[in-house]
Write a protein that binds this ligand. Structure first.
Ligand code: FAD
Length: 411
């Protein structure tokens, strides 16, 4: 594609922002328009469940860049506007409320939205979700008043918010449907460790517990009832049970979708003039299996790879996934994806609160979960990216220099 082509990006989040700036950095000189339905300048979401919620934290600057940056880079930022349709024949996106924008290439970076547990309209005040800066501001205000917080969903975001509750000197009750917390993404070793530290910090973690309904006293929230009929009192209920991809635009335009917009290894959809990146994209992961990731690394790296392809340097996306979370005073960094594994070995000791769990399949390293061990994380990322085989005995031997080994080129 020519570097003078007109590019339209739908979604002004991590992926949309990074795509626009990376295109300019890579030498794209044609028009770039970013349409985002939130009113805020593009901003980072990870602090929303962490530093932003801390008591007494200074005013928080979430925006990636100030407004002038976009004008200076000739990025036309259309905030508070929603794309309601794609006319592939005319190569134009339609804006809800009127008007359309023509494109030579369209990038879908529409992210995800909270999975709903109940009909929102029927819920009392005090039942909240957390996805946007507005949600986080509302949650922060409510945390000041709240004495009984119930969090539905023991995934990363719910557990990070639970940690913010403890920091305010309160307890939080976390209700998780699965037998262990974060079960979709970490090994049992790491679930157990975090369950333990949450309990020590004042959390009550109830696994294999489903929420049946929300209860009220008059029109005020009074708590929840589990599907087994137990009542739990609450003046704040956060529902954090995962997300669904915003792939309806693509679906209605006749593109292939299925738990996300399906793309090839160049992030192109079934229409060569349309790409999809970030949380909304389902792409071929290792071994060609389609996957969808919800992380800053994935959104930003896909945006950068796509920008390269669009300016004429065809780039396959195969970056190593990595992720981090901070909970109850511990930092967990994950490299790789713990999927269909058959063994987990530990370097260091879980009891000391400083360890790395290496997740293996038939002796091959799939992922590494490092708790308060940033050096192991860096070495594991290199090892996973290089494909270098490591003996299990070396992985767990604290005297073995992982860092140096990870620098050895693969044979
Ligand atoms: P988003 O950031 O969701 O942006 C998509 C944007 O598109 C949204 O603004 C959406 O409103 C807009 N949009 C959708 N449809 C339309 C339309 N039709 N027209 C116009 N605009 C549209 N990741 C980590 O790696 N580490 C963390 O610690 C971490 N913490 C997180 C904490 C929280 C509270 C949340 C919510 C997420 C966290 N994540 C974290 C995940 C990370 O923020 C996401 O993976 C990342 O934001 C994905 O970027 P994206 O651009 O694909 O989607």
């Amino acid at each position: 594609m020519s570097t003078t082509a007109s590019i339209v990006i739908v979604g002004a989040g991590q992926a949309g922002f990074t795509a626009a700036t990376s295109l300019r950095d890579a030498g794209h000189v044609g028009p770039i328009t970013v349409v985002g339905d939130e009113v805020h300048l593009p901003y980072q979401r990870p602090p929303l469940s962490k530093a932003f919620l801390k008591p007494g934290s200074p005013p928080f600057e979430l925006a990636f860049r100030p407004e002038e940056f976009f004008a200076h880079h000739q990025i036309d930022l259309r905030l508070g506007e929603r794309v309601s349709g794609i006319d592939r024949h005319r190569k134009a996106v339609e804006i809800a409320g009127g008007g359309s924008i023509r494109y030579d290439h369209l990038i879908l970076a529409t992210g995800t939205r909270e999975r709903e547990l109940f009909d929102r309209a029927s819920l009392p005040t005090g039942v909240v979700t957390l996805r946007t800066a507005d949600d986080a501001e509302q949650l922060r205000d409510r945390l000041i008043e709240s004495e009984r917080t119930v969090i539905v969903g023991g995934g990363f975001i719910g557990l990070e918010v639970a940690s913010a509750v403890y920091q305010r000197g309160h307890s939080a009750i976390v209700l998780e449907a699965a037998p262990r917390i974060m079960s979709r993404v970490v090994s049992p070793v790491t679930s157990d460790y975090f369950q333990q530290i949450h309990r020590s910090a004042g959390g009550i973690i109830m696994t294999e517990t489903l929420v049946g309904r929300v209860t009220t006293d008059g029109d005020r929230l009074s708590g929840v009832i589990t599907s087994e009929g137990h009542s739990i009192a609450a003046d704040l209920v956060l529902i954090c049970i995962g997300v669904v991809p915003n792939d309806e635009l693509a679906h209605e335009a006749g593109l292939a979708v299925g738990n996300g917009v399906i793309v090839n290894d160049r992030l192109t959809t079934t229409d060569p003039a349309i790409s999809a990146i970030g949380d909304c994209a389902r792409f071929p992961g290792p071994h060609g299996v389609l996957m969808r990731l919800e992380s800053v690394q994935n959104a930003a790296d896909q945006a950068r790879a796509l920008a390269q392809s669009l300016v004429g340097t065809p780039t396959t996306y195969d970056d190593l996934p990595w992720f981090w979370t901070e909970q109850a005073g511990s930092k967990l960094q994950i490299a790789g994806v713990a999927d269909s594994y058959d063994d987990v070995v530990v370097r260091g000791t879980v009891e000391s609160g400083s360890y790395s769990a290496f997740v293996l399949r038939s002796g091959e390293l799939m992922a590494c979960e490092s708790v308060n061990r940033p050096r192991d994380h860096v070495a594991a990322r290199r090892l996973l990216a290089s494909g270098l085989h490591m003996a299990t005995s070396d992985l767990i031997d604290e005297t073995f220099d992982l860092k140096s080994a990870s620098r050895t080129p693969a044979a």
